[in-house]
Design a binder for this molecule. Sequence first.
Ligand code: IMP
Ligand code: MG
Length: 445
Amino acid sequence: MVVGLQWGDEGKGKNIDELLSHGVYSGVARFQGGANAGHTIKFKNKTFIGHIVPCGCLQKNIELYIGNGVVVDAISLMNEIKQLKDLGLNVVPRLYISNRAKLVSYLHPFLDQADEHRRNKLGTKVGTTSRGIGPAYSDIRARRGLLIGDLLLPDFAQKESILTEFHLNFLNMYKEKYGFEINLEKIKEAKEKWNKAVKELQKLQICDLSSLIQKKLSEGKNILAEGAQAVMLDIDFGDYPNVTSSNTLPANVCLGLGVPHTALRDVYGVIKAYTTKVGGGNFPARIKDQALEKLFQNAGNEFGATTGRPRMCGWLDLFALRHAIGLSGANKIFINKADICLSDKVKVVTGYIYNKKILPARNAFSIADAGGKEFPLYLSEVKDVITEEISGWGNTNYGVKDKKKVSKELASYLKYIKNKLADLDVKIISVGTGPDRDHFFSWDK
Ligand code: IMP
Ligand code: MG
């Protein structure tokens, strides 16, 4: 599995693309999330921004799987298939969708916006991608959602209209109680697009994906599970409620694809040499100097691939990273965008300063027992961060492909990170130095 160890946008797409180029994996599987993800893949002169089609779509011999844990946005999916066709790639024959995957309805994005409107008034806006992810997962948990398999049944239209009626009632509640403006014209447009996309989706290969993947594994094939979002956005272990609505951790690969826990092998964790976060929520490592943050945004092109929003930029947060490694069991680390350095001195976050009065709980082990290293439940309680400063490395490492050609400052930074993770069983296997697939060098063997 490939998992993001920060707040998303670590560049997983690029690493997946590179991992696939060695012929070890026969397929790539999405197991959670939906079209909230956004990965930009560059290959030769082709650039493709994907949201729901698994990475690997640009490599002709790779099978693409969309697992039961995914909420499928039909409009996005059909759009991406078309964009790939325009690039000369017909992915339809190698794309398999679980009949147990979930369908995002055309009103889910509106419900997403409606609830953001409600939260905004309370000052607790999440800053979602407006792709309907939360409402789609809510419907599934409440057992009123639509499965991809439902599309193949004669009573699909009836099922859909029952859900739509429920959604419209819900939207009206948002209108009456919270003043959410319902744009009927936009809804009509979404409905038309969705109906068309759903009809096309019906013709794709919808199957019992769990059995298919188990069969492939029993034949000795390797499949790469592609994590969307990242550990710090996990619904259980991220900074709730500033999270996405799925479990992003490797533990969810098995549930989101329908494979036993024994099927999981290496966990590749991906980070950037700095940190970014898009949307609302708490971000302890955020760079305080606004001008410097802007430099990172521009140099790293840190604008959401799904929403275009500027991403907040922060220093590498080793405290959060250690938490993420512990939860994910990542054993091989990719560090991306290490060519980007915009100041003479670089800060690294090594701890959080936080305190909230918590009633003493019986039988619970205390923060003191955890050596003061317990990860806070509420990142909003982090008052400040503890940082260490090390020398920057300028802009001389762009495109470096050989470990021996790395500037000595960047080499020190990598050694410093490695040292800080020395007690964890991880290797930094590769370091990215630019956007292209071959812009990286191997570090630990
Ligand atoms: P949602 O997943 O659209 O509900 O958004 C919930 C939170 O996760 C928001 O803060 C989003 O900005 C963030 N988020 C969702 N998907 C991604 C992603 O692919 N990269 C980075 N942040 C994401
Ligand atoms: Mg992204």
